[in-house]
Design a protein. Structure first.
Length: 131
């Protein structure tokens, strides 16, 4: 008796994005300073956004700060580097660990909607194998 076993590898790509509302007092000019102010006032939301990347590991992102000022690649788009604490916690297994992490994000300003869209990196994500 001969068995034919085929493994199917499915790779998915995870890329998260997050929208932040731009304050009215920023005005029509978007500068590094106004972008820094917006990001600093939304650190909790940034932590939630970054935590999506580490949810399978059971970690959350906290204490998000910018490592470097934002770099505009065009008038309304660019890149920024964030630094954060990655916290692993499980009371049942007596785990409470912190790690420092960094991640590069891209941003796009949508003036019509008064929004800043942050996009994280592509991370390959693998589904279960089928037999």
């Amino acid at each position: 008796m001969k068995m034919d076993i085929r493994l199917i590898w499915v790779n998915l790509f995870m890329q998260e994005s997050w929208k932040l509302r731009i304050d009215e007092h920023t005005g029509p000019t978007y500068t590094k300073a106004s972008l820094l102010q917006l990001l600093e006032s939304n650190t909790k939301e940034l932590g939630i956004f970054l935590s999506y990347y580490f949810k399978k590991q059971g970690a959350v992102a906290e204490n998000v700060t910018l490592s470097n000022p934002p770099v505009f690649t065009e008038k309304l788009t660019g890149k920024l580097q964030v630094e954060f604490d990655l916290v692993f916690f499980n009371a049942c297994l007596n785990i409470h660990e912190n790690e420092k992490e960094q991640m590069e994000l891209t941003f796009k300003i949508i003036p019509e909607d008064a929004q800043l869209i942050l996009t994280g990196p592509y991370w390959p994500e693998r589904e279960m194998d089928e037999i």
